[in-house]
Write a protein that binds this ligand. Sequence first.
Ligand SMILES: [Ca+2]
Ligand SMILES: [Ca+2]
Length: 243
Amino acid sequence: MKLTNTSNIPALVLSAATALILGACNDKETTDASSSASGSNALGIGTAGGVELKTELPKEVIEGSPKPKGIKNLAPETKKFPKFLVPEGTVNLAQGKKVSASDDYPILGEPELITDGEKETGEGYFLELIEGTQWVQIDLEKSCPIYAIVMWHFHGQKRAYHDIIVQVSDDPEFKESVTLFNNDYDNSSKLGKGNNQPYIESRFGQLVDAKGTQARYVRLYSNGNSANEMNHYIEVEVFGKPE
Ligand SMILES: [Ca+2]
Ligand SMILES: [Ca+2]
């Protein structure tokens, strides 16, 4: 691409071209398996002929807080845990597994809170990471087929987290990865634009279809929320078949 005589090119086109060049320089390879075509968070049935995915849900504790305002394309509120089929023998591979985070000094909590099986909200139950785009990463110890990921950020208030991106990989550095969910519609976290919808946190968590993708590591990004700039994680379950 030649960028010599640029004086007549509108600024918008130029910035798009710059973004393309920057994108090309990024050595990270990402395959997008998120439900981008539909532009929604609607789930399919999962694995045909499978069994219904079951998980324990925390109790309802939403404070009398208003719905977040001014969030474009917000998904309808979740009223129940979705019906989603997984192959028989599927278990939560994340239970008790080691967790690392982009922030070595969490403001509150320990990364291990994410895989301890506790899903209550409130002090002592969540990990809080500083503002900006942050991530947590679970090491499943073995590469296994993953069928669903269920995540709870913080369900003590009606809030929506920004730039939620869920990726899986066999590489702990995520130089190559498969993106399963991405609601960063304006690419402010610079991992690529996503077409999933922002959603309001609830005790039902958010189920992500992992489509049987084989991976050892699961990484979840976020970039603050509608109530404050911090990042929170209560629990992440990774449903797959042990190899
Ligand atoms: Ca927990
Ligand atoms: Ca964004």
